[in-house]
Design a binder for this molecule. Structure first.
Ligand SMILES: [Zn+2]
Length: 168
């Protein structure tokens, strides 16, 4: 059985699968707005804004945390990048690279985000809301630095967390 979380609807249920999350809210006629990041859900996916509805009347608006912010609020993540043994002179560059990959993913898809990046006991640790995002961050570091070895693993339950380890 998966780990239980409290959804904002007050029910207790297992962590939602990716498919369920992406089909979030139904919202066929109206729009769901996230009060934290202002992302808008309509036409079965999340968008950066509600420009689509400009000039339209009678659009029903519902406020609800988007899955990415819900995940962050629950202190959950779907991807974790751990960069080990980073040479001191590369630290800043690697952090920058991770942020760049995170930013372009977010530009394309509002739910795909870099949650945090920090130095923990000499390792750079980045958390993401989406597992493939962690994988692409690690691969990007690997292709920029031949010395770095990339190892990807997946923890299946409860929600396909990807752990991408980059070893210098
Ligand atoms: Zn949000």
């Amino acid at each position: 059985m998966g780990k239980l979380i409290h959804s904002n609807l007050g029910e207790v249920r297992p962590t939602k699968s990716r498919k369920e999350r992406e089909e979030f809210g139904g919202g066929k006629q109206g729009v769901v707005l996230c009060p934290v990041c202002k992302a808008a859900y309509y036409k079965k996916s999340w968008h950066h804004d509600i420009a689509h509805f400009a000039g339209k009347e009678d659009v029903s608006v519902k406020f609800m945390l988007c899955p990415a912010d819900q995940m962050i609020k629950n202190k959950q993540y779907e991807g974790r990048v751990v960069v080990k043994n980073v040479p001191k002179e590369l630290e800043e560059e690697i952090a920058h690279l991770i942020k760049n990959v995170g930013f372009s993913a977010f530009e394309k898809e509002p739910m795909h985000r870099l949650i945090s990046i920090e130095k923990v006991k000499g390792e750079l640790v980045a958390l993401t809301t989406e597992n493939q995002l962690a994988v692409s961050m690690a691969k990007k570091i690997g292709s920029a630095h031949k010395k770095a070895k990339v190892k990807i693993s997946f923890a299946k339950e409860p929600n396909d967390v990807a752990i991408a380890v980059v070893q210098f």
